[in-house]
Design a protein around this ligand. Sequence first.
Ligand SMILES: [Cu+2]
Length: 374
Amino acid sequence: MKKDDGKSFDDINTLDPSRRHFLGTAGTGALLLGLGGLAVQQRAVAAEKTLAATSPAHDDISGTILRADTVVADPTRLPPPIQRAHSIHHEIALEAREVRASLDSGIEFMYMTWDGQVPGPMIRVRQGDTVTLTVTSAKTNFMPHNVDMHAIYGTGGGAGATLVNPGQSRSVFFKCEYPGAFIYHCAVFDMDLHISSGMYGMILVEPYEGLAKVDREIYLGQNEVYTKEPFGTKGVAHFDNTSMAAEDPTYVLFNGAVNALTPSRFGPIKARVGETMRVFMVCGGPNLGSNFHPIGNVWKECWPQGALANPPLRYIQTQPVAPGSCFVGHLDLPVPETVKLVDHALSRVTHKGLLAEIAVSGLAQPDIYRAISQ
Ligand SMILES: [Cu+2]
C-alpha cells in the first residue's frame, strides 16, 4: 500500500527492528512458505457448505499454505496525520493473504488477512482525495476475496469490482467524498467467515480541516473467532461454522490474538504522563459489537461510529461500537497508570482473550490520584 509521500506501507508493515520493542518474542514475522501437512480449514468449511456432508478433517487435505509467527498488527504503526490542504491521488494496494499463525501461545489458527496482519493496514486519506485501489490475492490462497469499502459511493463499496481468485489482481477507482473512520472488509458470499478470520481494517478519511493535534495515535481492531475446540485448547484451532451461525464465539480479540497487546504477549502500548492519545478502533465483528471502555480513564472526546463530521461526545465511559463500524476517541493521560482497553461485556475479557493495555509512565501525580494505606 502506498501512502501519499510515495513510501510503501509494506515497508511499515513488515516487521523491522524498530518494531521489536513491541513485538518482543514474535521474531521477524517474515512469512514462511510452508508445505501443508495441515489442511486449510476454510476449504473444509466450503465443503461443509456445498456438500452438506461430513467435511474433510483438517489434516486430510494437503496444500501449500503461508505461515507466519503472528498476524498481530503493531497498534503504533499507522500513517501519520495529514498536513496538506489540497487533494491528491493515492495508489493503494492490498493483498489478500491466507496465513497460518499463532492465536495464542501453543495455538495456531488459519487466518485470512489483508497484508498478513489483523486488522488490515490503516488507510489514511483526506476528504476529496481520489484512490486507485488494487486488490491482489496471493497465489497461495485457496479462497476468493474482495473489498467492501464503507468510505465510498459505488456498488458494494467496490466488492464486485475487486473480486479476485488466487493469483489475480483487480483495481477500482473511487473518490472519498465524505469524512470519517470507516471499515473495509472482505464481502464474498461467506463474508462472516472471512471477517472472523481477520479480513477487515480501517480507512480514515480526514475532514478537510484535519484532526486535532495529539501526541500519539494508536490503531486497534476487534473481532471474534469461532472454533470447534474450547477456549485455550492447544494445537490447531479449527474454525466452527455452527457456533458462528449461533453467534457464540470462542474468542473475542484485539488485533487477532489472545491478550495480544499485554505484557504476556507482545507488550503494552507505551505512553508518558501528560501526553494525549488518539485511539482508532475498527470493530470487524462479524457479529458482536464492542462496548469500548478504558479502565482507569475516560474517553475525553469520542466520535460514535467514527463519524467525524459530527461534534464529539465528551467524557464518555463506555462507547458502543457496532460490528462493521469504527470508533475515534481521545484520552488524556495525566497520571502514571496502566489503562486497560476492554469491551465492557467483560466475559469477553475474562474468558475469551480480549485485552490491550496502555502503560503510562512518569512521575506520580498525588494531587490527582494516590493510594492511601492504613
Ligand atoms: Cu475474503
